[in-house]
Design a protein around this ligand. Structure first.
Ligand code: THU
Length: 131
């Protein structure tokens, strides 16, 4: 299996971050998911006046990919702002775990140069599995 083209995945995440709809938090997030097929699917956070109806960038990307028939993933790049790279929230970790084993690579980075790389197993040990 070829190695992940991180620069390409990061630039797709940055482009998606530019499409974030975050008028309430003003915290823009972009995600780019690399499917097993090699296709890249992106997502951004989409907020709502009810607050609770907001969807994170990572879940937007996963749900978009699944709707396109892609259900196996190798890596995800997540772009946030600020001095520290934000990591996927707990719900997004569990959603990622639904479609990937713990080897999924997760790269979190910011436009200020912060960067951290994890496996999903590091971010979500003992993920819940129904079967
Ligand atoms: N957000 C994400 O898009 N991904 C995460 O993993 C954490 C939080 C979004 C949700 C909301 O629109 C904003 O960031 C502030 O929480």
């Amino acid at each position: 299996m070829s190695s992940v083209d991180w620069p390409a995945l990061k630039s797709a995440a940055l482009a998606a971050q530019g499409r974030a709809y975050a008028p309430y938090s003003d915290y823009q997030v972009g995600a780019a998911l690399l499917a097993g097929s090699g296709e890249v699917v992106t997502g951004c956070n989409v907020e709502n006046a009810t607050y609770g109806a907001a969807c994170c960038a990572e879940r937007t990307a996963v749900f978009t990919a699944v709707a396109q028939g892609l259900t196996s993933f190798r890596a995800i790049a997540v772009a946030t702002g600020g001095p520290e790279a934000g990591t996927p929230c707990g719900i997004c970790r569990q959603v990622l775990a639904e479609f990937s084993d713990g080897a999924l690579e997760v790269l979190c980075f910011t436009d200020e140069g912060a960067e951290a790389r994890y496996t999903l197993a590091q971010l979500l040990p003992h993920a819940f599995r129904l079967k």
